[in-house]
Design a protein around this ligand. Structure first.
Ligand code: ATP
Length: 440
């Protein structure tokens, strides 16, 4: 399959609408007409985005002994960005359409203005993507600062701090999740490319001779992560950059690509960056960023393998891959087949009616599940309508409390994808859900 729109040409529009209507993603400052390319995450979106980041952190940090996390500052001094090369080379080629005056990133438009179809453009100019600001109270007098355009530099500038505090030795990694900012020339495709976004990056420091094997290892590990969280393999592929397209320091870059509605495009990049970053910061700061291998009595600058993913972009891919329309009892339904670990609500507790005796039992069921699962509690509308509402936002399990519950102390567990319903005793419910979600 070349894109998710092969099966549904309106998929992007449907996801954008659903995201807004059900509280995943809103246009930022909407009451003032919106602010282009910035988005706010609503009650369901914030749950899902946190779940994406948590799933990443779990696999990259919690489940390993060789990777530690940091949370570095977003504001940085020019020295960092001079050493990293961003001040000079973090640019995109900007062109103006001579006819309609729209501005475009030259490498993304195939020579034709997407707005008016003209093929006449100004000469490309290098446009630096970093947001520049001033730190200090007096306008015009403060120190220049930049909002980070990637989280990675925080790992390089803290390399010696981490090494001396956590007693790791190569191969080891430093991971970070956080906001990054790029003054993109043409932000587009909903949250695929925005000026403010969240990244999940890890710098894995290795002995230079081991770099090729770790590069391969991380390409596979990162591809598998998306598959494990439910993206079908036919919507994923690996794309290795040709040697002539690599940045001058890169010894290899492979993208994990996703079949977006507009075709294959980047989801994450995995790069073998050699010793470029640590060497640059060593030279510029005068602080040696090396590792001393006592056993071999040898000092060296580790190579870096970097898997760099976008949290907001990954969330969009998970939504696109999960969106399905099917038929249940002759009725069309929309269902997000999200992995339970990513779903905004993992369980919905639904008393059949608003009768006080049902509410009391329902509140008890809720209290038993809430410490372990993110739960919704919904008493409005018919039960059928409530199931559909939960299907549409991807809730894997609905628990219905009815009048029989008061007699047999059991509830109905309704599964999202199969719509199968089973009766489970309240006392067994937590264990049953933990088994079904593979936690025990
Ligand atoms: P592009 O060439 O598409 O601008 P890039 O190759 O410069 O992207 P990286 O610097 O490798 O991107 O960033 C790593 C990851 O961060 C990307 O794979 C993507 O998931 C995410 N990302 C980068 N820029 C943006 C953005 N403007 N909006 C949302 N996510 C982004």
């Amino acid at each position: 399959m070349a894109s998710t729109s092969d099966t549904d040409p309106n998929l992007l529009e449907k996801i954008t609408n659903l995201a807004k209507r059900r509280g995943f993603i809103f246009q930022s400052a909407e009451i003032y007409g919106g602010f282009r390319s910035t988005y706010d995450y609503g009650p369901l979106g914030v749950n899902m985005l946190r779940n994406v980041k948590q799933a990443w952190w779990r696999s990259m940090v919690q489940m390993r002994t060789d990777i530690v996390g940091i949370d570095a500052a977003i504001l940085g001094p020019p020295a960092v960005w001079a050493a990293s090369g961003h001040l000079e080379t973090f640019t995109d080629p900007l062109v103006d359409c001579r006819k309609c005056k729209e501005r475009w990133r030259e490498d993304k438009i195939n020579g034709v203005c997407p707005n008016c179809g003209s093929t006449e453009f100004t000469e490309p100019r290098a446009f630096n993507l970093m947001f520049k600001t001033q730190a200090g109270p007096v306008e015009g007098e403060g120190a220049t600062a930049y909002l980070r355009p990637e989280t990675a530099q925080g790992m390089f500038t803290n390399f010696a701090n981490v090494l001396s505090t956590v007693r790791k030795k190569p191969p080891f990694g430093i991971a970070q999740i956080g906001k990054s900012f790029r003054n993109e020339i043409t932000p587009q495709n909903f949250v695929f490319r925005t000026r403010e976004f969240e990244q999940m990056e890890m710098e894995y420091f290795v002995p230079p001779s081991e770099a090729p094997e770790w590069y391969k290892y991380w390409i596979k590990a990162r591809y598998d992560w998306y598959v494990d969280l439910g993206i079908p393999t036919e919507l994923l592929r690996l794309h290795e950059h040709a040697k002539e397209d690599l940045s001058h320091y890169s010894k290899g870059t492979t993208d994990v690509e996703f079949a977006y509605p507009w075709g294959w495009d980047e989801l994450e990049g995995i790069a073998n960056r050699g010793d470029y970053d640590l060497t640059q910061h060593s030279n510029a700061s005068g602080v040696k960023l090396e590792y001393f291998d006592q056993a071999a009595n040898e000092r060296y600058t580790p190579y870096v393998i970097e898997p760099a993913a976008g949290a907001t972009r990954a969330m969009m891919a998970f939504l696109l891959a999960a969106y399905h329309e099917d038929e249940v009892e002759g009725e069309l339904r929309t269902v997000l087949r999200l992995d339970w670990r990513l779903a905004p609500y993992q369980v919905a507790v639904l008393p059949l009616s608003k009768k006080p005796e049902l509410e009391a039992t329902s509140r008890d069921v809720l209290a038993r599940l809430q410490p372990y699962f993110t739960c919704d509690y919904d008493v409005t509308q018919s039960i059928g309508r409530r199931y559909r509402r939960q299907d549409e936002v991807g809730t894997p399990y609905c628990i219905t409390i009815d009048f029989d519950t008061l007699e047999d102390q059991s509830v109905t567990v309704r599964e999202r994808d199969s719509t199968a319903q089973t009766r489970v005793r309240i006392d067994d419910l937590l264990a049953e859900l933990r088994t079904r979600t593979g936690q025990v």
